[in-house]
Design a protein around this ligand. Sequence first.
Ligand SMILES: Nc1ncnc2c1ncn2[C@@H]1O[C@H](COP(=O)(O)OP(=O)(O)OP(=O)(O)O)[C@@H](O)[C@H]1O
Ligand SMILES: C[C@@](O)(CCOP(=O)(O)O)CC(=O)O
Length: 472
Amino acid sequence: MTTIASAPGKVLLTGGYLVLEQQFSGLVVGTSARFYTVIRPQTDLTAGTITVNSPQFEQALWNYKAIVTQHKLQFDSITESRNKFVETCLKYTLQVILERSNPSLVQQKLSHGIDITIVGDNDFYSQRAQLESKQLENTAEALNSLDPFCKTHATLSTVHKTGLGSSAALTTSLVAALLLHFQVVSNQFTDPEKKLIHNVAQFVHCLAQGKVGSGFDVSSAVWGSHQYKRFRPDILTPIMDENVDQKLLSSSVDADNLNWDNKVVPFQLPPGFDLMLADIDAGSHTPTLVGKVLHWKKTKPEESTLLWTQLGQFNLLVEQHFRELSRLYTQDSTDYNQTIERCSQLKSSDWHQQVQGKVAEEMVSLVNAFNKVRSLLQKMTELSQVPVEPQEQTRLLDACTDIPGVAMAGVPGAGGYDAIFCIVLSNRSKHLVRKVWESWKELSVGPLLSHADSNGVTSVSLASVPGLSDIL
Ligand SMILES: Nc1ncnc2c1ncn2[C@@H]1O[C@H](COP(=O)(O)OP(=O)(O)OP(=O)(O)O)[C@@H](O)[C@H]1O
Ligand SMILES: C[C@@](O)(CCOP(=O)(O)O)CC(=O)O
């Protein structure tokens, strides 16, 4: 039986940096771009052989040997080339499986080997080189013409990533596919099953990264769009050890382990709102940005605490206005739709003067709250001297915000020169935004095709994913 699990990418709309602390939250939106892990039993491999390949990349074939005796696992990498995330996923997820399943079932499923194929939607990786080689412009139309899961002509270490969280989506889809294949979870992915997938994926992701981050990216790969509050880091710090005891690991990641105090409040963009994304070729190294911001925060506790408090409040306000708009839709969808239609034809700076009613008031409050968030991120940039929203990005975001029907434009996550997002109200606005991106000279702005999709991890069939069977 072929097993396939899929997990989405993410965009952190608000809460970058703050979400590292438990007292603050982040608002994260899942993307339509997803990772897929396909596990197929083999008939001709020696017992315990696991082959993994990522067909979008060069030199992306890894072989492993997993020998199970009773509840013990002997796990070795056979190939010289390594993939830290894949290897960590396999080794520790199999250990968790052995604590929760009958070892003879595991042995039987590994008896002639298994083959694992991992792919991510094209949006996870910059397609600039691919488009250039085909002499195509970097436009949405050109991106649309590419095959699904197309080859990047790069290795995993040279490819340019777009910031959608490839390692978290990969980890989550691989953990979920393994738990499903070895029958530790059902293909329903019920709430407790998702908790187990989440906890295992957080552990694996942290161990492979070598640090316990906020975890919002793994959380959104599991639960899709939501308000995220992190788990206490000390649930993982004591087990961040390659030689972690298998029983301790399994009990630490248990769905019923109440030490996991992360909070997930489901969220959706209100009806009529959609997300657009662009990757900026300049790029930033997120760990460097985070290191520098946290260093400044430590040296300037007073000014940073004030900034964090204000930013935390306005981040929450943005979320509240989104939620209130969704509520207003359920109350009177006709009035709501009319207002959105009207707003989609006007610049957001004109909404206050030209559109009336409760929905319009809420739209204006949303824009005001997000403008405040951006001005606080600009202040963070100035005070810390770290380019969270650098001036080149400010000019681009202002140009986007000046387009009719654009509710907001911002830098996602850690900010820097990596990416931007826009929240828009109509297809016409989308078209106008893309025109601005295409003509923008100061930075190279590459559109992504993803839109908002609030679904988290799922089990899927081969036939339901266009292009997937072609690359197997
Ligand atoms: N298609 C894939 N197949 C196998 N491994 C992958 C794949 N895509 C990503 N990875 C793993 O994820 C690693 C990249 O993780 P890293 O933490 O550097 O990026 P990231 O922060 O998730 O990037 P981004 O958010 O830009 O996608 C790769 O080195 C590789 O181990
Ligand atoms: C700065 C930070 O809060 C967000 C980083 O987000 P992104 O990878 O830039 O989307 C770090 C983290 O939460 O792990």
